[in-house]
Design a protein around this ligand. Structure first.
Ligand SMILES: Cc1ncc(COP(=O)(O)O)c(C=O)c1O
Length: 421
């Protein structure tokens, strides 16, 4: 059915410019079955859209805990005890489950304190303005859109906003040398949601410490997947899944880590690490703490159960995840296809030889039973337009086999950008 635009903003307004930027997404949503889809059924890591079953390589449930029997079977007992939803704002009161999760997180991460809020989007909008209040946000040019939005809220409250080139410590240092107003908050992704790669964290952390700034990292995609390195580690993702800061051997001096449970832990909950006095400050300033509804009990329960699985089987799940991810990466390599992924983490973006083919490639993937995320411009730079594959521990070996056959076909048809390595 043809779509009609819901509103026609006046030319020259912010909304008109924004809709212009979203034109490609609008076009794809109207024409491509991969986007804005109605999922009718799930069976393991397979989904049904209408009468078509697809292998799901677009899920962020990296550890497969959304399908884990220990998690699923453990949730009803929490519902019996707490009901489905605590509707008090957190300002009034919170189930003790929050305290239990925070205590476990402090131990897992090795930080002084953490504050839980429902999502990273809430955290960025509430915490970035407070930590940068009256000073400067220095924003990596490819920071996630929700970080960017938090920085814009900060700017509305008087914070100066400056951008530096993605993953470029020298560009950041140039800005810091100009002595921008303090407090200075440097904001970026941990494991990047599109490239799958971590930033040069040691260099950014050193700059934060040298220039009296705070490095604010969103590790939504790394937490639960990568962790501290150790002799016993069963795979290069490290152990315990305690995030990119520990994985890269940094401590938390001048670093604030934000991450969520909504990806690797399949639960609607997120956290920000902070010293206890900052937590007190956030409890009286952060709107999502004061005025929003909390996470549902099922999500608090699946977080606690997920932490239990992480302690007992997490490293085993991560080793499976690594093995499956490597199969896809090695195959792309063998086919001579480019991917942005240099980390072996389970986010694999595959740019197209011709960005204009995105719609037809999306349709072909759908036809061949591969559900992937379409990476469109300007969500990614034009030379990176393509599709993103995500691997989870719940994808079966057979599903990976089937994916590799489809990649063979794409290579035969010269659809993927070749490597020139
Ligand atoms: C890097 C990153 N940050 C933040 C978010 C938003 O997370 P939330 O759903 O917890 O608001 C996402 C969501 O995909 C993300 O990829």
């Amino acid at each position: 059915m043809a779509k009609s635009p819901a509103i026609q903003p006046e030319a020259g307004t912010w909304l008109a410019a924004w809709l212009e930027a979203c034109a490609e997404l609008d076009r794809l949503q109207a024409s491509n079955p991969m986007l804005d889809a109605v999922i009718d059924q799930v069976d393991g890591r397979r989904i049904r859209i209408g009468d078509r079953w697809l292998n799901d390589f677009a899920s962020c449930n990296y550890l497969g805990l959304d399908l884990d029997r220990e998690v699923i079977e453990g949730i009803p007992a929490y519902l019996d005890r707490w009901g489905t939803h605590p509707s008090w704002s957190r300002m009034l009161g919170s189930p003790v489950l929050y305290e239990q999760i925070e205590a476990q997180l402090r131990e897992l991460l090795g930080v002084e304190d953490v504050l839980l809020l429902p999502t990273l989007t809430h955290i960025h909008a509430a915490v970035i303005p407070v930590l940068s209040g009256g000073g400067t946000v220095l924003l990596d040019a490819r920071a996630h859109k929700t970080i960017h939005d938090g920085a814009v809220v900060a700017r509305a409250h008087g914070t100066t906003l400056k951008r530096f080139a993605h993953d470029d410590p020298e560009a950041l240092e140039q800005l810091l040398r100009q002595n921008p107003p303090a407090p200075r908050l440097i904001c970026m992704d941990g494991v990047n949601s599109m490239t799958g790669n971590p930033p040069p964290l040691a260099q950014f952390a050193a700059l934060a410490r040298a220039y009296d700034a705070i490095l604010y990292v969103d590790d939504g995609h790394g937490f639960g997947v990568v962790g501290e390195r150790g002799r016993e580690e069963p795979c290069p993702y490290g152990q315990r899944g305690n995030g990119v800061i520990r994985h890269l051997g940094e401590d938390y001096d001048n670093i604030v880590l934000t991450a969520g449970f909504s990806k690797a832990y399949s639960s609607l909950l997120a956290f920000v690490t902070c010293p206890s006095p900052v937590k007190r400050l956030l409890k009286i300033t952060a709107s999502p703490y004061l005025y929003s509804g909390p996470s549902p009990i099922a999500s608090l329960a699946s977080t606690l159960l997920g932490l239990q699985v992480n302690a007992s089987r997490g490293d085993e799940l991560r080793a499976m995840l690594y093995g499956k991810t490597r199969r896809v990466l090695d195959h792309l390599d063998k086919l001579g296809a480019t991917t942005l992924n240099t980390s072996s983490f389970p986010i694999i973006e595959v740019p197209l030889a011709d960005a204009d083919d995105l719609d037809s490639v999306g349709a072909l993937l759908f036809e061949r039973g591969v559900y992937a995320t379409l990476a469109f411009y300007p969500g990614v730079p034009r030379q990176e337009v393509g599709f993103r594959l995500q691997v989870t521990a719940a994808n079966t070996g057979d599903q990976v086999d089937e994916l590799l056959v489809v990649l063979d076909e794409l290579a035969d048809r010269q659809i993927m950008r070749p490597t020139f390595r």
